[in-house]
Write a protein that binds this ligand. Structure first.
Ligand code: ZN
Length: 148
């Protein structure tokens, strides 16, 4: 991890440069003031997903889900738990593939739930199926460079 990490604000889409040693002190977006890495799962739109997936140096795990998908809804609390335990060193977000079907096509998704992990502007791993929090956390730690 470099001395500062580029992080896209998942609320307004602004790219922030956050000194790595300040990650744990509740960094906020310089444009809109939203917390950048508070362990909450943010709902994305396709534009913010595209920007964050191409930009962020901090690991970003995205849950591709839909309201009709029972396993997706079952996994949601586990995903939220893993998000809290890895914060602020990895961020978690979700995107509704029913509302935004174009993202399924863009990322070649054939089944949900599917988790895609991004870091340094690249996709670095996928995990499919409903998983417990411990599996999700282990997946992020084994694929991404997580500093704590
Ligand atoms: Zn912002």
């Amino acid at each position: 991890m470099p001395a500062a990490a580029k992080i896209t604000c998942l609320d307004c889409g602004a790219v922030n440069r956050v000194p790595t040693d300040r990650l744990t002190s509740g960094p906020k977006c310089g444009v809109c003031g939203a917390k950048l890495a508070d362990g909450k799962v943010k709902a994305l739109d396709p534009a913010t997903l595209a920007k964050a997936s191409k930009t962020d140096q901090l690991p970003l795990l995205v849950d591709f889900w839909a309201p009709w998908c029972g396993p997706c809804r079952m996994m949601a609390p586990q995903f939220e738990q893993a998000a809290r335990s890895l914060a602020p060193h990895a961020r978690f977000a979700k995107i509704d593939t029913q509302e935004f079907p174009q993202v399924s096509q863009k990322f070649g998704i054939r089944g949900i739930p599917l988790l895609i992990l991004f870091q340094n502007g690249q996709e670095i791993g996928r995990l499919s199926g409903a998983r417990p929090a411990a599996d999700i956390e282990a997946f992020v730690r084994s694929h991404a460079k997580v500093s704590a």
